[in-house]
Design a protein around this ligand. Structure first.
Ligand code: BTN
Length: 264
């Protein structure tokens, strides 16, 4: 018997419900929508959205995992192929974070954005994004996880690196995951169209309006070590700008950030 967990084919394919009239590839259960999309990239089209009602071993940034208990989270991956503007690729995670913020706002939840691409409500994370790039094939898989109806006890029983929240906890009611998905796809399409038309500098400008780190001193942990300094926003390529203790302007593509109080 073929185990359903192998999930080679979607349970349903819905034409026109992806981005730009792409397909929605719906799975009842999948280990990881990003992993599936990357593995089946040849059969995927630009704009396809891989959506799992239950994602059992979701991948997060920096080799972490992503918790999506039962069917209470929104877990999907958008397939982007043959992107013509190279400068868009590094900023796609931020474009997706802006779209998630728009979607939350439509549902009366006010999120802010934490570099590189987390969506926060107050000091807790409500959504995460994992953009995986295969530059040889000119492919980006844009994975988005939103804590929709995730409960307090789900968070407590998981060992989370960062404290988390959900739409249910912040909104005080359950949300229809399917309509959150529809809203997110249309917000993402709009944000993607805007960056294609207006360029990447608009992303940094819009980000600045909702920037969770604005005005903060930070500690940044990256593969090259830890740096402390004053956060000065994003540049137009999506890099974090930091003024270090020696007054040098520094730029970072990746890492983990915390707010700190610097000694005077
Ligand atoms: C993060 O660490 O903040 C990024 C989390 C990204 C999770 C999403 S859920 C849908 C997609 N599939 C995955 O395996 N991961 C991403």
């Amino acid at each position: 018997m073929v185990s359903k967990e192998r999930a080679d084919t979607p349970d349903r394919i819905i034409e026109g419900e992806g981005l730009w009239e792409g397909r929605l590839l719906k799975f009842n259960r999948l280990k990881s929508t990003n992993a599936w999309a990357m593995h089946h990239i040849d059969s995927c089209r630009h704009g396809d959205v891989v959506w799992a009602i239950r994602q059992t071993t979701g991948r997060g940034r920096l080799s972490r995992s992503w918790l999506a208990p039962d069917d209470r989270g929104l877990t999907l991956s958008v397939v982007l192929k043959d992107l013509e503007q190279d400068e868009i690729v590094p900023i796609l995670g931020q474009v997706a974070a802006l779209a998630v913020r728009d979607t939350l706002k439509t549902h009366s939840i006010h999120g802010s954005l934490k570099w590189p691409n987390d969506v926060m409500v107050h000091d807790k994370k409500i959504a995460g994004i994992l953009a995986e790039v295969d530059s040889d094939r000119n492919v980006v898989i844009l994975g988005i996880g939103v804590n929709v109806n995730v409960r307090d006890d789900d968070m407590e029983s998981a060992h989370l690196v960062q404290s988390a929240t959900s739409m249910l906890i912040k909104g005080g009611r359950t949300f229809d995951i399917e309509s959150v998905r529809e809203c997110l796809i249309s917000d993402l399409e709009r944000r993607m169209n805007s960056v294609t038309l207006n360029g990447t500098s608009h992303v940094a400008d819009t980000w600045a309006r909702y920037d969770w780190l604005a005005g903060s001193s930070i500690e940044l942990h990256s593969s090259n070590g830890t740096v402390r300094g004053r956060y000065t926003g994003l540049d137009e390529r999506g890099r974090l700008r930091l003024l270090d203790g020696q007054g040098r302007k520094r730029f970072f593509w990746a890492g983990d950030v915390e707010k700190i109080v610097l000694d005077q």
